[in-house]
Design a protein around this ligand. Sequence first.
Ligand code: NAP
Length: 376
Amino acid sequence: MSTTTGLQLRSRISKGGELELSLAEVTTPEPGPDQVVIKVEATPINPSDLGLLLGPADMSTAKASGSGAGVKITAKVPEQALPFITARLDQAMPVGNEAAGTVIKAGSSEAAQALLGKTVSAVGGAMYAQYRLLKATDCQPLPVGTTAAEGASWFVNPLTALGMTETMKAEGHKALVHTAAASNLGQMLNKICLEDGIGLVNVVRSAEQAKILKDIGAKHVVDSTSPKFMDELTQALVETGATIAFDAIGGGRLASQILTCMEIALNKTAKEYSRYGSTTHKQVYIYGSLNTGPVELVRNYGMAWGVGGWLLTPFLQKIGRPGQTRLRERVVNNLKTTFASHYTKVVSLPEALDLKNIAIYGKRATGEKFLINPNK
Ligand SMILES: NC(=O)c1ccc[n+]([C@@H]2O[C@H](COP(=O)([O-])OP(=O)(O)OC[C@H]3O[C@@H](n4cnc5c(N)ncnc54)[C@H](OP(=O)(O)O)[C@@H]3O)[C@@H](O)[C@H]2O)c1
C-alpha cells in the first residue's frame, strides 16, 4: 500500500431512509505547491460530528455486517426526518471536523516545506481518515512536546467556549449562563471564566456533574433536578448579574426558565416599576441540540428578550482574521491546561464502527468522549 492510500469513514443516508456507515479505500492526491498531506493520528468524536455521522437515524435499529476494513453499519432513518436532510441523501459523506497528525508530504512552497515532519492540528472536515490533504495555511503547528492526541480537539470546543465570552462582551453583558455545563466544552468555559474573572452560572442535571465543576473551581453550579431549581438559579443570577445564556440543550423549557429567572433577578434590584417588564435585554443563544424536541417559551419576562441560534463559523467570520488569530493563539498555548480534553477510549476506524462503541459515544454523555486514531 502506498503511504497516501488509506481508509476514510463515510456516512450515507439513502432516499429510502437507510443510514450506512462504511470505510472506503481512498488515494490522497499528491500535494500541490501550497498543500501538505497529514497522517491523521487523533480526531475526536464530538456532538457536532455525530450530527453528520449518525444523522437522525434510529440507532436502536442498527445492524452490523463484515469485519475489519469491510465493516458496515446500517440503521433506519425515520421517514419524517428525510425532508430535512435532502441535500445529503444518497451521498457517501466523509466525516470528522478536526484532527491532529504528522505532515508526511509537503508541496514546494516555503510554507508547506516548513511543516514537513511537524505535528499539526487542522479543521475542515473529512478527518476520520488515515490521510488528509490540506492547505499549508490551514495547518496549525503544535508547540514542541504537544502530542496529536493533546492537539486533536484544538478548534471546535475551545473556540466555541471563547466565542461565548467574546459574544457576551461584544453584546454588553457582564456574566453568562451555560447549560449542560459539565460537558467537555463547559469545563473549558469554567477555566476561561476563572482566568478572565467572568461570572459564570453553570446549569447541570445531576450531583455528579455539579461535583466535576466544583472540583475545577466553579463558583455557581445549579442542578436543574433540584426542587428549588428556579430559586437557586435566580440567586446565582442576582450574584453574577448574568443576562446572556448559551444553551446546548435546546428542546424543552430550560431556555424559557432561564429568561424567567433573569427577569426575576433583574426585578429584585429594579429602582422603578415598568409594566412592560425589565428594560434590560435578556438573551438566550441555543448553540446545541442535545434535546431535539420543540423549544417551549412561557413568556413572563417582559419584552426585552431574545432567543436565537449561535454557531461557531459565523462568529469566526464576524471577528475576522485578527480576532481568530488572537483566539487560536490562546488555545494552542494552553492545550495542556485550559483547553485540555479528556477521552475515555482511543479507537481505530473499524473500532469506531463497532456497535458497542457507537452505543457509548452516541449517548453524548458526560466524560464519554472517544478519540479516533485512524492509524492505530
Ligand atoms: N454551536 C456551535 O458552534 C457548537 C460548537 C461546539 C460544540 N457545540 C455543542 O456543544 C455541546 C457540548 O459539546 P461537548 O463536546 O462539550 O459535549 P460532551 O462533552 O459530549 O458532553 C455532553 C453533555 O451534555 C449532556 N447532555 C446530553 N444530552 C442532554 C440532554 N438531553 N439534556 C441535558 N444535558 C444533556 C451530557 O450530560 P449527561 O451525562 O447527563 O447525559 C454531557 O454533560 C454540544 O451540544 C455540541 O453540539 C456547538
